[in-house]
Ligand binder design. Structure first.
Ligand code: PBG
Length: 324
């Protein structure tokens, strides 16, 4: 009986690279970008070292840098000057996201601009939708607002809209409205399995979108549920989602794998703000090696089956690949 020796294929970097099963390509990364309408709101985000809220001009400059580095897809979030109960700044054709979409697409027509569609940054109470008389988020009234917002993004030239609200039926409603308005080329990346997670903490500081009362558990998913995630994804696929997303990433890699084994659609995973901040904090303390830890985390998403990785590490990963 001959000895089986897997170590033979680990003896040098060249042979390891030869048998490597997965690679993280710069082309599959999406960089999230925060754009503030008021200059006073722009600036670094304390809980997310290396990430800032940008002015619209700053966002165009950042997009140019990213494009040059090979990061050719970005996900836009707006921080409006005005919040109210009906999120009116969200579907204003001259809103901060609409203006930024136009500016980036005119500077860089090839850039794939994805816009998050949600109300939480635009409502004064910080929930993702309209509240009914009892203080609950009203699903169908919220869907109407999401549709209005998605249409203004499409008219501004967005490539992909990404509803992140977790209302039922919003993908179909957005798809029908886009098609009825001749926007058949605009794709939908649905936040299909979005969990009510503690890991959004830093984002809520970044975007000023913390609920003023209660939490998001009546619309975002309950963390222990995996089969339900597959049902949510199946619904979004049936409603016309072009890309489905699982969010957060690291605590839900099992869901990414199950989705990969079940669906043929492109799968995105969102490596969210809290996952970024915890790594950055450990790196800043000297407890983790930055390059190895980031590479290992990004690889875990690809190995779990994600095609697209939305990550605040996109730019630094691309810089590192560029400069070796
Ligand atoms: C908007 C939205 C959130 C994130 C993306 N879109 C916050 C939330 O649902 O509370 C989180 C992104 C991150 O943490 O990086 N609803």
């Amino acid at each position: 009986m001959i000895a089986l020796r897997p170590r033979r294929l680990r003896r040098s970097e060249v042979i390891r690279a030869l048998v490597r099963e997965h690679r993280v390509e710069v082309e599959q990364l999406v960089q999230p970008i925060f754009v503030a309408e008021q200059p006073a709101d722009a600036g670094p985000i304390a809980s997310m070292p290396g990430i800032a809220r940008l002015t619209p001009d700053g966002a165009v400059a950042e997009a140019r840098e990213l494009f040059e580095l090979g990061i050719k897809s970005l996900l836009l979030f707006g921080i409006p000057a005005h919040k109210d109960a009906v999120a009116s700044a969200n579907y204003d054709p001259e809103g901060i996201v609409q203006r930024t979409i136009r500016a980036i697409k005119s500077a860089l027509p090839e850039m794939v601009v994805i816009a998050d569609v949600c109300n939480c940054e635009y409502t004064d109470h910080g929930h993702c939708g309209l509240l009914d008389a009892t203080g609950e988020v009203d699903n169908d009234a919220t869907v109407e607002l999401l549709v209005r917002t998605a249409l203004t993004y499409a008219q501004a030239g967005v490539d992909v809209v990404a509803p992140s609200d977790m209302m039922d039926g919003r993908v179909e409603a957005i798809r029908s409205a886009l098609d009825a308005h001749g926007q058949t080329g605009v794709a939908i990346m649905a936040y299909s399995a979005k969990y009510a997670s503690a890991f959004y903490g830093p984002f809520r500081e970044a975007a000023g979108a913390t609920p003023q009362f209660g939490d998001r558990r009546s619309y975002q998913m309950d963390p222990p549920n995996a089969r339900e995630a597959l049902r949510e994804i199946a619904l979004d696929v049936a409603e016309g989602a072009d890309i489905v997303m699982i969010k957060p990433g690291l605590p839900y890699l099992d869901v990414v794998r199950a989705a990969r084994d079940t669906f043929d659609q492109p799968i995105a995973v969102y490596n969210v703000s809290g996952e970024y901040s915890m790594l950055k904090a450990a790196i800043a303390n000297g407890w983790l090696d930055a390059e190895r830890a980031v590479d290992e985390v990004l690889t875990s998403f690809v190995r779990a089956g994600a095609d697209i990785v939305i990550t605040y590490f996109a730019k630094e990963y691309a810089q590192r690949k560029r400069h070796g």
